[in-house]
Structure formats: structure tokens, C-alpha cells
Design a protein around this ligand. Structure first.
Ligand code: NDP
Length: 252
């Protein structure tokens, strides 16, 4: 548990870190926090205008010049991830960190009534795309002397709950992938692979899942950054295949 971790200002100096879903919510806060701690951040997402806003905010705050990589995880194919890898090889030659954060909620519906197309869509965006992207980028992470591969989970990715359907399954799959990759990389490379559950956080997705909730009662994305920073920096070198929580569990 690293909720109180205090990151030194230069924690991520000279590190090249990619964040998916960097246009909004937790990913946006993570991209800005990583840049504020010295990283060159690659902003990945589908809404270019929002990514450009994050880009500007990072530059205005004095961070290293970021890069933008637009992609739609619903429709991207293996070929697109290959092109992403080629571009990264050309521009940077390595990757020191990758935060898989982009995600969608789908609908809160009993399994028997869940729309199969929507089930597939949620699996595509939340799990399959992260798997394909990891396959394409792993060799770039292995080029780093100290790389981090971080996947975003959820409380329902660790314990199933009624009506959470595809979202919950996509997070269980993610946790499984983390265990497999961590075991594979343990003695093979410097890549350390872990999962993070942000916990109830004030974002658009949370509002969609709990429309009756007062957002003011929730932690903001900025407030949960200590664990995100810890897991991208050198201090987490010894952590591999572990499940982290970015805040104390909420009882709801
Ligand atoms: P938001 O809805 O605020 O942000 C989601 C991000 O994912 C946005 O940047 C969004 O882009 C991007 N995204 C969604 N679909 C696609 C797509 N097809 N292609 C590319 N990018 C896409 O969500 P949160 O910040 O709340 O969630 C971030 C992560 O944290 C998710 O994995 C979520 O499951 C997890 N989580 C969140 C919790 C919470 O309480 N907020 C609790 C537990 C887990 P765009 O801006 O274009 O929409």
C-alpha cells in the first residue's frame, strides 16, 4: 500500500512513459503527474482535441515536451499497434513505462440480459486492446534498464459483483494477464508488471456508474496519484505481479 508515497520531484527524470486514456479522468491526471516528475509522456487516446489540451497543460507547467498518439481502441487492429511500435522505435528507441488506463463501463446489467455486442465492445476496449498493444510494445519496454508495465483494474476485477458483467470480466482478465506477464518477465527483463485499482474516483465513468452519488464525496484523480507515481518509478523495482490499491477501500 503506497497511498502516502511522497515522490521526489525528479522521480521520473529521463523516463519515457506512455499513458492510454490520457485525455480525461485518471489518465489525464497520471499523464500530468508523470510529466511533473520529469517524464517525457506519450499521450494516447481517441479524442485529439482533449489530448491537445493535456499537451498544452503539460507544456505550460514546464514539463518535457509530450507526444500525442491518437488511436481508437474499439477499432484498432494488430497492424495499428505494429505501426505504433515502429514509430516509437524511430522516435525514442525504448519505453520506460506503459500505463494501460483507457476503459469504458458498458452497462450495469444481469449477465443473461447483457447485449452481446456491448459485451464484445467492453472486452475490446478494456482488455483485448491492452493485450495487443502490450504484445507490440514489450520489446521496447525490454530496451529500458528499468521498465514498468501497469494495468488498471477495479474492485470488481478482484471480486465479482452482480450486474457488473463485461466490465468486471475485462478486469479479471487484466489481473490474469498481469500475473502471467509478471511471471514471464521476472527473470527475463527489467520489466515489472503490476495492477492498480484506483478505487472510487471523481470522473465521468464513476458518475455514469453511480448517477445518484455526490461527486464531492469522492477523491479526485489528482489525490490518488501517489501510488501511480510509485509504480512508475525506481522505488517499485522489487514489485512484480502484485495488486495495488490507490486509496483505502470504500465500503459501498
Ligand atoms: P474516464 O471515463 O474519465 O476516462 C476514460 C479514458 O479512456 C478517457 O481518456 C477516454 O477517452 C479513454 N477511452 C475510452 N474509450 C476509448 C477508446 N475506444 N479508445 C481510446 N480511448 C478510449 O474514466 P476513469 O478515468 O474513471 O477510468 C480510468 C480507468 O480507471 C479505467 O480503466 C477504469 O475502468 C478504471 N477505474 C476507475 C474507477 C473510478 O472510480 N473512476 C474505479 C475503478 C477503476 P475520451 O476522452 O475520448 O472519452
Amino acid at each position: 500500500c503506497k497511498i502516502d508515497y511522497q515522490a521526489p520531484k525528479d522521480l521520473l527524470k529521463d523516463r519515457i512513459i506512455m499513458v492510454t486514456g490520457a485525455s480525461d479522468g485518471i489518465g489525464r491526471a497520471a499523464a500530468k503527474a508523470y510529466a511533473a516528475h520529469g517524464a517525457t509522456v506519450i499521450l494516447v487516446g481517441r479524442t485529439i482535441k482533449k489530448l491537445e489540451e493535456v499537451y498544452d497543460e503539460i507544456e505550460e507547467a514546464g514539463g518535457a515536451q509530450p507526444a500525442i498518439f491518437p488511436i481508437n481502441f474499439e477499432t484498432a487492429t494488430y497492424k495499428d499497434y505494429g505501426e505504433m511500435a515502429e514509430l516509437l522505435v524511430k522516435e525514442f528507441g525504448r519505453l520506460d513505462g506503459l500505463l494501460h488506463n483507457a476503459g469504458i463501463l458498458g452497462s450495469l446489467t444481469p449477465v443473461d440480459a447483457y447485449n452481446p455486442q456491448q459485451w464484445e465492445q467492453v472486452m475490446q476496449v478494456n482488455f483485448n486492446s491492452a493485450l495487443l498493444m502490450t504484445q507490440a510494445l514489450l520489446s521496447l519496454l525490454q530496451e529500458s534498464r528499468d521498465a514498468r508495465l501497469l494495468f488498471t483494474s477495479s474492485s470488481v476485477g478482484r471480486k465479482g459483483r452482480a450486474f457488473w458483467g463485461a466490465y468486471s470480466i475485462s478486469k479479471f482478465a487484466t489481473e490474469g494477464l498481469v500475473e502471467i506477464l509478471a511471471d514471464e518477465q521476472e527473470n527475463l527483463s527489467s520489466v515489472r508488471v503490476n495492477s492498480i485499482n484506483p478505487g472510487a474516483t471523481r470522473t465521468g465513468m464513476r458518475q455514469l456508474a453511480y448517477p445518484g452519488e455526490n461527486p464531492a464525496t469522492l477523491r479526485t484523480p489528482e489525490e490518488i496519484m501517489p501510488t501511480y507515481l510509485y509504480l512508475m518509478g525506481p522505488d517499485s523495482k522489487g514489485d512484480n505481479g502484485l495488486k495495488f490499491d490507490a486509496q483505502p477501500p470504500k465500503t459501498d
